[in-house]
Ligand binder design. Sequence first.
Ligand SMILES: *[C@@H]1O[C@H](CO)[C@@H](O)[C@H](O)[C@H]1NC(C)=O
Length: 206
Amino acid sequence: MPFKLLLIVLKLWISYSSQPGCPVISCKPLSKKFCAELNGKQLFINSDPPFSDDYACSLLQIVTAYNQIPKITPTTRYEFPVRPKPKPDDFGGYNSWHIKYKWNENNTLAEGTHPKPCQIDKDCLLIIGEYGFCNCGFDGNYYCQPKIDDIPGVREESKDNNDNTMALEHWVWYKRKVNYYVWTKVLPECAIDLLYDVKEYSRRKP
Ligand SMILES: *[C@@H]1O[C@H](CO)[C@@H](O)[C@H](O)[C@H]1NC(C)=O
């Protein structure tokens, strides 16, 4: 095998194998102290709430903790504790504020639509020629992380307003949709009920 080809094969292998691997999510009853439990690559969401009203589970917490676990091995076990519930979004009374926003086609996928399966960032080519990010979904597979311009509704809303503005609370809602898009696409029903931030995200636009 020519040396150059060997290098390419090696590089590809490293880029695939250095990814920790995506968790596969499902539901099962756990202790009320925990939101979820990671067991190897199996992530179990607690299907047996309720907790008291002051406590809750968030998807962000689970994903953040998951990303901090350096290497998932078949024996890795981790419990995600229930946390005090944060206050809902507070715009300080400024929720009628508008921000400037102009839809930019350059930030949308060059090919295909979301959810778009991927293996490496290069699979997530944008119209402008840059690459997006290839992130874990919760079904064990990777998907391209959309930019806000690829979220349904953003284009229409920015076009509706001749001055290219959008209500601040709509902006926050779309931004959240971007952050949660890849994860929530593949969540089971019990997770949507349990995770307050997913529930919030799944709400219709304010
Ligand atoms: C999109 O990219 C093209 C080519 O680089 C550029 O001319 C154009 O201004 C970009 N559009 C926006 C809205 O930034």
